[in-house]
Ligand binder design. Structure first.
Ligand SMILES: [Zn+2]
Length: 318
């Protein structure tokens, strides 16, 4: 083989840009450090994906996907993610979703993340980074494009594929790549156990992973992006950098046991400070290191954080 061709091929690979994500901030201003954290999250998530974002011409009207979004015209060369900093409900921390899916691949053209302005200033860098990575994964479709009803392309085409299966009363993720990863971790359930919202790994059965639901959410660190989440990206149609997965083990027994074994988590330190009358917001509760949800009677519980009045505050954290 001529060097010309070989070298070109090698260069082609070496030069292959990772998936580009461009965040655009709207709403309340973030500090320089918070802005840097948002960019770091976008870079980290982009580096997990090795397939390119295919440039696409768009003409998006203002408020098309979410109230307050500007109009966008031109060619997008990166996944555009609006990050809107505003007051959300008391027990909502942040939300992320894709907007407009491509025809054929059903991959998102752009997306939006709403970040709760309340409590943001008390949030540790690690927690903002963890939240932003989590929400960016939602924008990419992880947890948001798992069911056929959401898989509708910009032209209105529908996709039959669904990655969620109900067995008995429980929900499982059954996309092939993440399911294979779950098996390699020793998981034996019919699929990767999901929270009842069908958009997060089960907080109780998977525990602390970047895409685990509220009960598996642990503060003070960036939760691991495991082979489960990389598998979920592959199931959606992205090529991924498997070497980018963080080491991860399914819990043997309780979540607490899993966390204890992981030395990087919540180093024992200062006792939690609980404001009188309970935490102002769930973000503040997380920032203080409270384990969520907070039960009625536990320090920090406040009726205002318990939207459905079931005695559990901050149970739908993100
Ligand atoms: Zn989420």
């Amino acid at each position: 083989m001529s060097c010309l061709l070989l070298c070109w091929t090698l260069l082609g690979h070496a030069g292959a840009a990772s998936f580009g994500i461009e965040t655009r901030l709207l709403g309340r201003p973030l500090t320089a450090q918070q802005q840097a954290t948002v960019r770091e999250a976008a870079d980290r998530v982009g580096a997990l994906i090795t397939s390119p974002y295919a440039p696409v011409r768009v003409e998006i009207a203002a408020n098309d996907c979410d109230q307050g979004l500007p109009k966008v015209q031109g060619t997008l060369k990166k996944l555009l993610v609006f990050v809107v900093v505003k007051r959300l409900g008391d027990d909502v921390y942040a939300t992320g979703m894709p907007c407009d899916l491509r025809d054929g691949s059903y991959l998102p053209v752009y997306g939006v993340i709403d970040l709760n302005a309340d409590g943001l200033s008390e949030l540790a860098r690690e927690d903002l980074l963890d939240t932003m990575i989590h929400e960016l994964l939602h924008v990419l479709g992880v947890g948001t494009l798992w069911e056929a009803e959401y898989r509708v392309s910009i032209s209105g085409d529908t996709d039959e594929r669904s990655f969620v299966r109900r067995v008995g009363g429980a929900l499982y993720y059954t996309g092939p790549h993440a399911l294979a990863a779950y098996r390699t971790l020793g998981g034996q359930k019919p699929g990767v156990p999901l929270d009842p919202d069908a958009g997060h790994w089960s907080g109780r059965a998977v525990c602390a992973e970047i895409l685990s639901g509220a009960a598996g959410d642990f503060t003070g660190r960036v939760n691991p992006v495991s082979v489960l989440t990389l598998g979920a990206l592959e199931d959606l149609g992205y090529r991924v950098n498997r070497a980018g997965a963080s080491s991860f083990k399914l819990p043997q027994g309780s979540c607490a046991a899993q966390i204890k074994k992981d030395a990087s988590v919540n180093p024992p330190g200062a006792p939690m400070r609980v404001p009188q009358g309970g935490f102002a917001t769930c973000a503040a509760a997380r920032a203080a290191g409270a384990s969520l949800p907070i039960r009625r009677g536990q320090p920090g519980y406040r009726v205002g954080l318990d939207g459905d009045g079931d005695g559990l505050a901050c149970e739908t954290g993100r």
